[in-house]
Design a protein around this ligand. Structure first.
Ligand code: K1U
Ligand code: ZN
Length: 172
C-alpha cells in the first residue's frame, strides 16, 4: 500500500468531475487500499479519489477510529437516492484545504446506494457525521469543495489564508 500525495486547492485537478467505475477489479482495489493508507497517514476521516488526482468515483471513510482500531468504509459509484428536507450544520475541514474549518449546512439524513470493495451493491441510511462526511466526499467527486458552500466573503478569506499558508511553507 502506498501513501499518495494529496492535492491542495487551488489545484485545478480538484475541479474534475469523476467518472463512474466500470468494474471493481484489482486495479480499483489497489486504489482503495492506497486511499485508505493516505487517509490514515493524513489523520483524515474521509478521502475522495479526486483528492489524489484520480478522477474515478471512489471514496474511503473512517469516522469511528478509536484506540488504534480502524473501521474503514468504501463507497464506489455512490449515489444519494434520498435526502431529508431537514438540514444540519457541521464544522467541516478538508485535507485539500488545510487549516480552514467552517460551518456547512447540508441535509441532515440521506440514503445512499453504492458498490462496496467486493463490487456488491449496498444501501446506507446515514445521519450525523457519517451523512455530513459522505456528502462532503461526494462533492469532491463533482469538483466541489466545502468552501464553495460558503458566502463569497468567507470563501475569499479562506482562499487568502490558504495562499498565505502556502507562501509561509515555501519560504520556510
Ligand atoms: O479532505 C477530506 O475530504 C477529508 C475531511 C473530511 C471531513 C471532515 C470534517 C467534516 C466533513 C468531512 C477530513 O478528514 S478533514 C480532517 C479531520 O477531519 C480531522 C483531522 C484531525 C483530527 C480530527 C479530524
Ligand atoms: Zn475534503
Amino acid at each position: 500500500m502506498t501513501v499518495r500525495p494529496i492535492l491542495v486547492a487551488p489545484d485545478p485537478r480538484l475541479k474534475a468531475v469523476a467518472k463512474d467505475v466500470a468494474k471493481v477489479d484489482g486495479e480499483i482495489r489497489t486504489l482503495i487500499d492506497d486511499m485508505l493508507e493516505t487517509m490514515y497517514d493524513a489523520d483524515g476521516i474521509g478521502l475522495a479519489a479526486v483528492q489524489i488526482g484520480v478522477a474515478q468515483r471512489v471514496i474511503v471513510m473512517d469516522i469511528d477510529q478509536k484506540d488504534g482500531k480502524n473501521n474503514p468504509r468504501v463507497f464506489v459509484n455512490p449515489k444519494i437516492v434520498w435526502a431529508s428536507e431537514e438540514l444540519a450544520t457541521f464544522e467541516e475541514g478538508c485535507l485539500s484545504v488545510p487549516e480552514i474549518w467552517e460551518d456547512v449546512e447540508r441535509p441532515a439524513r440521506i440514503r445512499a446506494e453504492y458498490l462496496g470493495r467486493d463490487g456488491k451493491q449496498q444501501t446506507l441510511e446515514a445521519d450525523g457525521l457519517l451523512a455530513d462526511c459522505l456528502q462532503h466526499e461526494m462533492d469532491h467527486l463533482n469538483g466541489i469543495l466545502f468552501i464553495d458552500h460558503l458566502s463569497r466573503l468567507k470563501r475569499s478569506i479562506a482562499l487568502r489564508k490558504l495562499a498565505k499558508a502556502k507562501r509561509m511553507k515555501e519560504t520556510g
